[in-house]
Design a binder for this molecule. Sequence first.
Ligand SMILES: Cc1cc2nc3c(=O)[nH]c(=O)nc-3n(C[C@H](O)[C@H](O)[C@H](O)COP(=O)(O)OP(=O)(O)OC[C@H]3O[C@@H](n4cnc5c(N)ncnc54)[C@H](O)[C@@H]3O)c2cc1C
Length: 473
Amino acid sequence: MGHTQIWWIRRDIRLQDNQTLDAARQNADFLIPLFIIEPELMQQAAPKRRDFILAALADLDRQLRDLGSRLIVRQGPAQQALQALSTQLGEISLFAHEDYSPFARQRDLNVSQFFPIHHPEGVTLRHPSAILKDDGNPYTVFTPYKNKWYESPIPTPADCLPAPNSLPPLPQGLDAGQLPEAQASEHFPATSDEAQSRLQTFADDGIQRYQSLRDRMDLDGTSRLSPYLRFGLISIREAFVEAQIAYHQSKTTKQRSEIRTWMDELVWREFYTAILYHFPNVMRGAFREKYQNIQWRNAPDDLQAWQDGKTGYPFVDACMRQLAHTGWMHNRGRMIAASFLTKDLLINWQEGEAWFMANLVDGDPAANNGGWQWSAGTGTDAAPYFRIFNPVLQGQKYDPEGDYIAHWVPELKHLPVKFRHEPWKIDPAEAKKYGFKYGSDYPKQIVDHKFARQRTLKAYSEAKDSFFENQEG
Ligand SMILES: Cc1cc2nc3c(=O)[nH]c(=O)nc-3n(C[C@H](O)[C@H](O)[C@H](O)COP(=O)(O)OP(=O)(O)OC[C@H]3O[C@@H](n4cnc5c(N)ncnc54)[C@H](O)[C@@H]3O)c2cc1C
């Protein structure tokens, strides 16, 4: 019997530029492209995220079959699935790219007690431990992290690995297992062709205007690559390489700055991955201890209204409905929706973090936790707590014609723009003209923003004072 090597697929659902696949196929008599359906992950994953992963795997299977191989599927827990394979096949070598979330690290630690894991990199461009302060400690503030990050070179196209045009065969007599059926998404088709074409289209065009348009909720100003990066349908290296090509080809300082802003977003992704790697406790509470004991409200009805997109604030409701419908929300929307939950409703950011994870197609513990802690003012680089977004002004600024609202909150679409943003201001007689009844066609505001702002400032400052009192005492 020859030597069997396993490419254990996790967040690298692709053939091209895959360091793990590349390592696993070297010197292999047999190669098993393996996906393990782990109960913890699949049960907890948002349905849209689960469907995305399964559809991406089905697409990968098609590509593997073109190369005379196929995807092998097993049910988890991982350790048991691997043990069963090794009982059947004899000695196996395991290749899986290193993943940095607390769940992944614990799982890999457990598995490695039985099978050494070869751990090529690839989830991020730079390993979380590669970017440290001069004293060896991790960064906790983005800008110095980013400056250090850019000190090392960005890869070139020659650094990316082509997709293999042949693969070692599967061992004889191996049952392929079965992928559960997945519902295809019209918003995020989970194929590698789609991932490549999104990246190309964006790098050829949208990236040149990214900085100027990325906050506009009514326009398509961002790449919408997040689920593809999350599950590795394209590699993070490919994303940086394409951005770098566009950067070098650009003719003006302005264009370069637009492109650099997009690259910075990819660096945010690396930063939050590193934060979770070095400070896994952020999954359990505030990064800044002084905000550990904010007196959050227990307000299930308000939480429900936020989840349902029925807060009576059209911009917030549009964001929440977009999330429910598509599994994705614009970054500006995520900030506004998160600010509204934490600052206007004074509900614990962890409720929001969980809701986002339960719904996002790109749900990622590091970026999601980072985004929530930033919004709540409790995180590493967080906005100061007294900076509280006004959900109406934000809407007027980033959705000036109210088109985004009209799309997601159609009960307001017949109203003139100013009332789409503030339906409470419409005179009932005028409302009648549009066949609209405020309070029944669309809910009244569940909280007054000005009042909420004061309530939040008080709660945060009390938490801070009591923390320092306890420290002194
Ligand atoms: C409260 C909150 C929760 C969030 N939760 C997630 C999440 O679960 N998963 C996720 O991928 N992003 C999350 N983000 C970050 C960001 O909103 C999304 O990455 C972005 O909206 C995805 O759209 P895009 O692909 O068009 O992004 P683009 O603007 O085109 O950015 C390109 C890529 O950079 C990365 N990126 C961009 N912004 C950030 C950021 N602030 N932090 C980390 N990575 C970033 C993403 O991989 C994104 O695809 C969250 C932000 C907030 C404020």
